[in-house]
Design a binder for this molecule. Structure first.
Ligand SMILES: Cc1cc2nc3c(=O)[nH]c(=O)nc-3n(C[C@H](O)[C@H](O)[C@H](O)COP(=O)(O)OP(=O)(O)OC[C@H]3O[C@@H](n4cnc5c(N)ncnc54)[C@H](O)[C@@H]3O)c2cc1C
Length: 272
């Protein structure tokens, strides 16, 4: 295998076993750029997933003390099961927070929550600063052939290797799930006494890249997956993958790190 060193050099190394764990974007990029390695199924890079998210912010009559940080100390798992949302496949979780990360300081609050000018604005700031309350939701995104990683036809790294190109696409089911998540968030805010919604945004507005999965999916056979249940390449018996790229689905809005770690431990135990 050829390895690029930080000093710019390229070295050929031999080893009895190789474990690839460069994440759901870089792992498929390395395989595709290495002569389509382990891609007998054609699935390398396909089914790229990101958990979908919504965030709705409202002003609450009572102070929420958002300037103290971002406490989000409760999560609702009622809609986490694959069939928990009426009429929509895939789950989500809901949580609350007394601010979102961009809204802790005065300046952002002044612009986003109570825009205005002069004395009236100063009065509104005194009355409302620290009163923001958010309800957010993180949901499953279903694997889809149109969402994928492939090699950028133009851009290359300093070794001359093509960069990854990300194509992310929301299917009808994901959009229906987003609608449910945003609607339920508004309902929860209203039930908690915060009806003055001042902002709402979601994966519909901007791509969020914190939880990425798929692209080297795990499966039972070489025709439709890249690795087996141990993370081992179906074709190349000395190659294992132990990162989020092996996820065949994105769960019900759970954070993925513990599952990635559990899969890596299982891979290590079963490695021969
Ligand atoms: C802001 C943010 C908040 C998050 N919060 C949570 C959370 O609260 N809970 C949770 O469970 N998850 C959270 N996540 C998600 C979690 O961090 C990821 O799902 C997880 O780290 C993915 O693990 P991975 O092994 O697939 O890839 P990574 O953790 O990305 O590891 C890949 C590694 O490979 C290295 N690498 C890449 N390319 C190469 C190369 N060519 N050569 C050598 N090395 C390479 C990278 O530098 C990196 O160290 C969060 C992510 C972000 C960005």
């Amino acid at each position: 295998m050829l390895v690029a060193r930080a000093n710019g050099g390229i070295e050929r190394i031999r080893a009895p076993r190789f474990v690839l764990a460069a994440g759901a974007v870089e792992t498929p990029r390395l395989l595709l750029a290495s002569g389509n390695l382990a891609n007998e199924s054609g699935e390398v890079g396909r089914n790229f997933m990101e958990t979908v998210s919504t965030l709705v912010g409202a002003l609450h009559p009572e102070p929420q003390h958002g300037r103290r940080g971002l406490p989000a100390d409760a999560i609702c798992w009622d809609f986490n099961a694959p069939d928990a949302i009426p009429g929509v496949a895939g789950g989500c979780r809901l949580y609350h927070a007394s601010a979102e990360s961009g809204l802790v300081g005065l300046a952002n609050f002044a612009v986003r929550a109570v825009p205005g000018w002069g004395r009236a604005h100063a009065r509104k700031m005194r009355e409302q600063y620290g009163h923001a309350l958010y309800v957010g939701a993180i949901g499953e995104s279903l694997p889809h052939a149109q969402s994928r990683i492939d090699l950028d036809p133009v851009k290359r790294d300093h070794h001359g290797v093509p960069l990854a190109r990300i194509s992310a696409w929301l299917g009808e089911t994901d959009i229906a799930r987003l609608r449910f998540m945003a609607g339920k968030s508004r309902e929860l805010l209203a039930a908690g006494g915060a009806t003055d919604v001042f902002e709402a945004y979601s994966s519909w507005d901007r791509f969020s890249a914190s939880h990425v999965f798929g692209t080297c999916r795990m499966g039972s056979g070489p025709a439709a997956s890249v690795v087996n249940a141990d993370g081992r390449s179906h074709r190349w018996r000395n190659l294992w993958i132990t990162d989020a790229s092996v996820f065949p689905s994105s769960g019900g809005g759970e954070a993925p790190s513990l599952t990635i770690q559990a899969l890596a431990l299982r891979c290590a135990e079963r490695m021969t």
